[in-house]
Ligand binder design. Structure first.
Ligand code: CAA
Length: 258
């Protein structure tokens, strides 16, 4: 397995676990951390033995944002020429299901990374925020778009314009978070959810993720048509035959492609 400086990578059965590991900087997402994370999860995406991925933090943060110290001295041309943050698009293009396990701070880019994941499981100590306005900037890794889609205009404006942090319960009420669990169990609960997903057919889970994500990119009629065509296409798979046979025979399915 590749050695990384800013993340820890483990394989737990069919689940990949990536832990952001710069606790001295509250896991601030510098360029190197972004590249390592994308590299590690892309390898899991391509590995037929991995069916889902959990991304988590360490210490008191999931991640306290993009690395402010790395960005502070940059000028417009530096940011533009480097297309700063473009690498995160590779994370959003992953086909494998991803689960964020958030304990402590998920701020700025940390909140944005959590929102890039497919499931967001929060410890009851989680704090979400987009405090970029206090730095004289705005969210730059998709926060203004993904937060608004997740929680609606009212709360997104509140968080982005005031920089206010919200706790796990408010985040769950607002629809930002899939589940809230006791902080000490957050990784375990995320791993359990990921194991359930990894027990399904991987190509079918990928197709389901694609269909849900299409809801953010298309109109309703187009999205429903896309879903129906995907649904039809799955009738060419052994896993559809197995899943439906197992139901009829009152047994657990043995998916071939997991
Ligand atoms: N970048 C770089 N370093 C960071 C950091 C960040 N985003 N967040 C924390 N750190 C560093 C601190 O500078 C400090 O380092 P030193 O010990 O060397 O001083 C260390 O992590 C511990 O942090 P604090 O001492 O500040 O810890 P605290 O418990 O007192 O406060 C906190 C915690 C409220 C989260 C505070 O650290 C904080 O406000 N962090 C910044 C949050 C933020 O503004 N995030 C947005 C970043 S910009 C962005 O993300 C743009 C985008 O949209 C992608």
């Amino acid at each position: 397995m590749t050695e990384y400086a800013n993340i820890l990578v483990e394989q737990r059965g069919r689940v990949g676990l990536v832990t952001l590991n710069r606790p001295q900087a509250l896991n601030a997402l510098n360029k190197a951390t972004m590249e390592e994370l994308v590299d590690a999860v892309s390898a899991m995406d391509a590995d037929p033995g991995t069916g889902a991925v959990v991304v988590t933090g360490s210490g008191k943060a999931f991640a306290a944002g993009a690395d402010i110290k790395e960005m502070a001295g940059q000028g417009y041309m530096d940011m533009y020429a480097a297309d700063w943050f473009r690498g995160w698009e590779d994370f959003t293009r992953l086909r494998i299901p991803t689960v964020a396990a958030v304990s402590g701070f998920a701020l700025g880019g940390g909140c944005e990374l959590a929102m890039m994941c497919d499931l967001l499981i929060a410890g009851d100590n989680a704090k979400f925020g987009q405090p970029e306005i206090n730095l004289g900037v705005l969210p730059g890794m998709g926060g203004s778009q993904r937060l608004t889609r997740a929680v609606g205009k009212a709360k997104a404006m509140d968080m982005i314009l005031t920089g206010r942090f919200i706790g796990a319960e408010e985040a769950e009420r607002a629809g930002l978070v899939s589940r809230v669990v006791p902080a000490e169990n957050v990784v375990e609960e995320a791993l359990k959810a990921a194991e359930v997903i990894a027990g399904k057919s991987k190509p079918v889970a990928m197709a389901a993720k694609e269909a849900v994500n299409a809801a953010f990119e298309t109109g309703l009629a187009q999205g429903v048509l896309f879903e129906r065509r995907l649904f039809h296409s799955l009738f060419s798979t052994e896993d559809q035959k197995e899943g439906m046979a197992a139901f009829t025979e009152k047994r657990e399915p043995e998916f071939r492609h997991r």
